[in-house]
Design a protein around this ligand. Structure first.
Ligand SMILES: N=CN[C@@H](CCC(=O)O)C(=O)O
Ligand SMILES: [Zn+2]
Length: 431
């Protein structure tokens, strides 16, 4: 790939230890960062990456509170006139569904909480009914359009959850839709089974957990073995009034037993000690964490369990912000996701990074690392994606701007900035 001309810049990605600015650089192997795969990969490889324009200053990698890049301060960089960044990675989405929930946005603006709407049969349950009625073709068609929007906003790898079926039949319908996209489209997909997204009508959480363990997971295992559906992760909405800690534990452990990575919703609306549970079970990632405890943060840091923070949700629901600064200061691997779903309707990782910077007080380099290499780590894919390095696939974006930070700074301006999106070395979007 030829570097951009004029003010156009070839963007590659956040490399562990250096996030986005890479260059023909010599890396000292002392990075404390990211994912296990990523760390070992990085430590052993000579990656090439983004190039600073001569008038820009190299980032001070010792920036406090940025464990993912702090230890790269000993690296030597050769600055150049181009700057590279990897394709963006969206670590949390619910993109397969039918039905409209714009009316709920109006209800929330008028004061209703997420749980008020959920308990009155709206929210997830509303979408479940519409999704059950929709045909597979209809679901695929809207899903494909949504993936196109994400791709045009720079996303080259996205986590996609099921979870608006709850019944085995509709969960499998959603997973088939995700599988079809995984095979047919250029954007990278990490598939998540989220059959425990809500407790189906007529069942208790414990009964729903039994159904999942006895019926859903064995079927998924069988379909995985036959090569019909590929699922990477298992998810549960662990929340007061949804799945309690015990049901969550049983479901996640059973998912892990059939080879799925644990990656679940925890400590969002109420403190549940979900982070502590996730660490106990060996979770790869936990999302939300607005209500995580201090002990949960410390445990996640030691276990290298990544925190997937979702700035759009905290913003739309006017929740308290997750404590990103404390997580970063304590060494948690912080990733970002759009949480695209009918409640939080946002496709754009550049906007997510902007919100993370303003509302969660992350720096722009921290946000970029969180939306590239750390998000890839959360999906167990930091050995192949999340940065532009020798041995990884060529996922990158090219923006028309003198400085990469414009991608975050220009709130909602990414459509004007992004000229090309490239996945596995192939141009998948050109403005
Ligand atoms: N919190 C649970 N799940 C989604 C919301 C899904 C929905 O409301 O449809 C989330 O991550 O925000
Ligand atoms: Zn979610």
């Amino acid at each position: 790939m030829e570097a951009g001309k004029g003010s156009r810049h070839l963007l590659t990605a956040a490399v562990p230890g250096s996030s986005m600015f890479f260059l023909a650089k010599k890396q000292s192997a002392s990075s404390t960062m990211m994912g296990d795969n990523a760390v070992s990969q990085r430590q052993s490889s000579n990656f090439t990456g983004g190039l600073f324009s001569p008038r820009e200053q190299a980032p001070t990698w010792s920036s406090p509170g940025c464990p993912t890049i702090s230890s790269a301060s000993h690296c030597e960089y050769q600055l150049s006139s181009d700057q590279e960044k990897a394709g963006l990675v969206d670590a949390h989405t619910h993109p397969v569904w039918a039905g409209e929930r714009v009316h709920e946005f109006a209800m929330k603006l008028a004061g209703a909480t997420y749980m008020d709407i959920h308990q009155a049969g709206g929210g997830i349950n509303f979408t479940v009914e519409r999704t059950r009625q929709a045909s597979e073709e209809e679901l695929y068609s809207s899903f494909q359009q949504r993936l196109g929007c994400m791709m045009r906003a720079g996303t080259t790898l996205v986590e996609c959850k099921s979870g608006y079926g709850l019944s085995l039949e509709t969960e499998l319908k959603m997973l088939r839709v995700i599988e079809r996209a995984r095979r047919e489209l250029d954007i990278g997909i990490s598939a998540t089974y989220c059959g425990a997204h809500s407790v189906p009508k007529g069942k208790t959480a414990s009964e729903a957990a039994d159904d999942i363990i006895k019926n859903h997971l064995p079927r998924l295992k069988e379909l995985g073995r036959n090569g019909e559906i590929h699922v990477d992760n298992i998810d549960v909405f662990c929340e007061k009034g949804v799945f309690d800690l015990d049901s969550t534990r049983r479901i996640l452990q059973s998912g892990k037993d059939i080879g799925l990575q644990i990656n679940f919703h925890g400590d969002e609306l109420h403190p549940m000690k979900a982070a502590e549970l996730g660490v106990e079970l060996g979770a790869q990632a936990i999302s939300h964490l607005e209500e995580v405890s201090d002990e949960g943060i410390a445990a996640m840091a030691s276990a290298r369990c990544s925190a997937v923070l979702l700035p759009t949700t905290a913003y739309m629901l006017r929740l308290k912000q997750p404590r990103a600064r404390k997580m970063l200061d304590e060494g948690v691997i912080v990733a970002l996701g759009s949480d695209f779903n009918p409640n939080a309707y946002c496709f754009s990782m550049p906007m997510v990074m902007h919100l993370a910077c303003v509302n969660m007080r992350m720096s722009m380099p921290e946000a970029l690392a969180a939306a590239t290499i750390n998000a890839a780590y959360a999906l167990g894919k930091s050995h192949t994606q999340g940065s532009l390095e020798v041995g990884k696939q060529g996922d990158l974006i090219i923006i028309n701007s003198p400085r990469w930070e414009h991608l975050i700074y220009q709130f909602g301006g990414h459509h004007e900035l992004i000229d090309y999106v490239i996945a596995k070395g192939k141009v998948i979007y050109k403005k």
